[in-house]
Write a protein that binds this ligand. Structure first.
Ligand code: HEM
Length: 235
């Protein structure tokens, strides 16, 4: 089955992500990648050469927690803005039960999907779990500020938890990026903000219907009064 183009020149399309959401998302993405690159050498000497990217081992150790604070701040903004569209609905459970159809590209067998599919919603909720856990465990082991005031057993538990949660977040991120590459047009959506109507209908049909309904209502509202009364179409 031929997949719809993410964006056609003649079609102004539908707004999927406004400028604030896009800037916010890419700031999180960049800082998350920097966190991974600076966190891995703190985790295991195998990754030591990565400290070169941050000006050496000392700078890596200093910078890592600050990048974490920066990412957490922007993540809170994103988590609030994307909260409503990430709530799990009944059709999402069905979508998850049909994960085999998702992976074998049988989109036509899948139940209708809203602005985000169940996979995208799971990424959101896993990150909502991981980011606060990373923040709390990270603060407990932050050497110059808090760590000295924390009992050693708690510090050890925090260091252990920090590494495990980071592992879960990294795996989730890899799946997230892979899904973005898998569904052609997703990157265009997060870069340009708009998607074509056929793309929206194909991948997120419930959301497409909602947007079309909004568009119909807006057209109705902008019609002069006499056209509404007579049902006459604008010339
Ligand atoms: C290099 C890193 C990243 C890349 C390349 C990337 C790519 C993308 C793309 C292409 C979309 C649009 C998907 C669509 O609308 O169909 C998206 C959405 C989203 N991204 Fe990312 N992202 C990255 C990092 C992150 C991180 C670190 C987080 C959270 C901590 C995150 C959370 C989200 C959320 C919640 C959405 C909206 C729902 C969804 O599509 O999953 N992203 N991302």
């Amino acid at each position: 089955m031929s997949k719809p183009k993410p964006h056609a020149k003649s079609d102004p399309g539908i707004l999927r992500y406004d400028a604030l959401s896009r800037i916010n998302h890419w700031l999180i993405a960049i800082s998350f990648v920097m966190l991974v690159l600076s966190g891995l050498p703190l985790f295991h000497p195998f990754f030591w050469s990565l400290t070169g990217l941050f000006g050496g081992p000392t700078m890596t150790r200093i910078l890592h927690p600050y990048i974490g604070l920066f990412m957490t701040l922007f993540f809170v903004i994103m988590a609030i803005r994307f909260f409503k569209v990430s709530l799990i609905k009944r059709h999402d459970i069905q979508w998850l039960k049909q994960i085999k159809d998702v992976l074998s590209n049988h989109d036509e067998r899948l139940p209708p999907v809203g602005k985000n599919n169940a996979g995208q919603k799971l990424v959101y909720w896993i990150m909502v779990l991981c980011v606060p856990l990373l923040l709390v465990t990270g603060l407990l082991i932050w050497q110059p500020y808090f760590a000295d005031a924390i009992p050693i057993t708690l510090r050890r538990l925090a260091a252990f938890g920090h590494a495990y949660v980071a592992f879960l977040a990294i795996i989730t991120l890899i799946i997230h990026i892979y899904s973005g590459i898998w569904v052609k047009g997703s990157f265009t959506a997060m870069i340009r903000g708009r998607v074509s109507k056929p793309w929206a209908k194909h991948h997120h049909d419930l959301w497409y219907e909602e947007e079309m309904e909004k568009e119909r209502k807006e057209r109705e509202m902008s019609k002069p009064q006499h056209q509404i009364m007579t049902g006459e179409e604008p010339k």
